[in-house]
Design a protein around this ligand. Structure first.
Ligand code: ZN
Length: 452
């Protein structure tokens, strides 16, 4: 057989094809990094629950590091329970994160919790800190004057010793000194009006049972240690709680009412899209937010509240409350309430416990009202806006509470599609608070509400 040679045109075509492939690859990557702001994974098997959320940032090196850190931890978790499975126990693995910014530095704090059957959950903290201008990773020394790290160490250690002295507990100085020996030990901090606040995760400077140790160092004693530009940084103030965000409800009196509720947020672009479109349907909704996400997405939360949407709590970390001590359960609730109040300047009394799991003692102790749902869209499984919309439309009824998640674009699109149809069927879309008022209901602390 005669060997065929590529003609010149053939070579050119091949070359053009190669260029095209490169362009597509670059475009896809660019598109991915630009449009995906976080990775979500939910997986439920008979043996374990995975609930993972981590950010995708424009800095690809950092993004890859974050991804690797989470994926490695996930593999370890799955391996450890494969070796050692108790069929009567459901293990779980949760990844939450928080993003804060100081000057040009972005600080991404990942917290991984795994329950693998021991006495308590295991918590791993990891902070990725980088300068957005240079793309370089930095640590606490970036914010300090030259050669002042040891001064910071000294100040912090004195505060931790004092913390234990005040609690009248014995001090393990070796533990404290080890846990504050290097710059990365000081990765969790924020600058407030008068102080710099450092958080040391459980087990870093003391036993697990002591939990997080938080110390505040007055700015005055950090003069010459912290760079001035960071000491002069001022904290953002929450909105004033007297803002009038209530709607006139008289136009809804004769309508069928539906409360759309969104859990697991606040989210970024998906939540923004929902808020952008509510006016089209004269709708207000309810958000049950996770305390762990409130800081990262505080702008959307504030905007949602100011528009007149109801803000409720979905606890801090999305743990199954049944697996926690009473103290830890209250901590999940109280810390979320504090986080919400710091952003909207207003307390919330509405609680949606993850998986609907809550005991009467906690309902009583927390003083909050438990709001569940009677239309479960299973949006996170369906991953399809049309299917989600169809489910809502099919099950819609007066007084219904619909469960959705505003961290997914397909859920937001599904909710908006359903509103489009249901509006024509005479439905009005109200918040939990508005529903209560329109139906003339008063909540009782020990009840769980599925609908009205
Ligand atoms: Zn949830």
């Amino acid at each position: 057989m005669k060997k065929r040679k590529l003609s010149l045109i053939g070579y050119w075509l091949l070359f053009a094809l190669a260029i095209l492939i490169v362009v597509i690859v670059v475009f896809v990557q660019y598109f991915f990094y630009l449009h995906v702001e976080e990775v979500h994974e939910i997986k439920e098997t008979p043996n374990y629950v995975l609930k993972v959320a981590y950010p995708v940032v424009k800095n690809k090196t950092i993004s890859k590091k974050i991804e690797k850190y989470v994926e490695d931890a996930k593999k370890d978790f799955i391996l450890s329970i494969e070796d050692n499975v108790d069929p009567n126990y459901q293990y779980d693995f949760t990844v939450n994160y928080d993003i804060s910014v100081l000057g040009t530095v972005k600080m991404i704090h990942l917290v991984i919790y795994s329950f693998t059957g021991g006495a308590h959950y295991i918590r791993n903290d990891q902070v990725f800190m980088y300068d957005e201008d240079t793309g370089k990773e930095v640590d606490i020394t970036y914010f300090l004057e030259n050669d002042t790290f040891s001064k910071l160490q000294e100040l912090a250690r004195a505060k931790i010793y004092a913390y234990y002295e005040e609690k009248d507990e014995s001090i393990d100085k070796t533990w404290i000194d080890d846990g504050t020996s290097k710059p990365s030990d000081f990765s969790l901090f924020k600058v407030s009006d008068n102080e710099v606040i450092f958080t040391f995760p459980p087990y870093q400077v003391g036993p697990w049972s002591d939990g997080e140790i938080v110390i505040s160092i007055p700015k005055a004693s950090l003069n010459g240690v912290f760079k001035n530009e960071y000491l002069n940084y001022e904290e953002e103030k929450p909105v004033i709680s007297t803002i009038q965000n209530k709607r006139d409800l008289s136009e809804f009196k004769d309508k069928k009412l539906i409360a759309f509720t969104f859990d697991d947020g606040p989210g970024g672009k998906s939540t923004s899209k929902l808020l952008d479109n509510l006016d089209k349907y004269n709708a207000r909704v309810t958000f049950f937010v996770l305390g762990s996400r409130v800081n990262t997405f505080s702008e959307n939360l504030r905007r949602a509240y100011l528009m007149g949407n109801t803000i409720g709590s979905h606890t801090f970390n999305h743990f199954n409350l049944y697996k926690l001590s009473e103290e830890a359960q209250m901590e999940e609730i109280v810390s979320t309430n504090k986080a919400i109040e710091s952003v909207i300047g207003q307390k919330t009394i509405y609680l949606r416990p993850p998986y609907g799991n809550i005991k009467n003692e906690i309902k009583e102790q927390s003083g909050m009202y438990t709001i569940l749902w009677n239309i479960d869209t299973e949006d996170w499984k369906k991953k399809n806006a049309d299917k989600i919309a169809d489910h809502i439309i099919e099950h819609a009824h007066d007084g219904a509470i619909v469960l959705l998640h505003d961290i997914y674009m397909f859920s937001v699109d599904g909710a908006l599609k359903a509103m489009e149809v249901l509006q024509k069927e005479g439905y009005a879309f109200v918040t939990i608070e508005e529903m209560l008022e329109l139906k003339g209901k008063t909540l009782e602390p020990l009840k769980s509400y599925y609908g009205f």
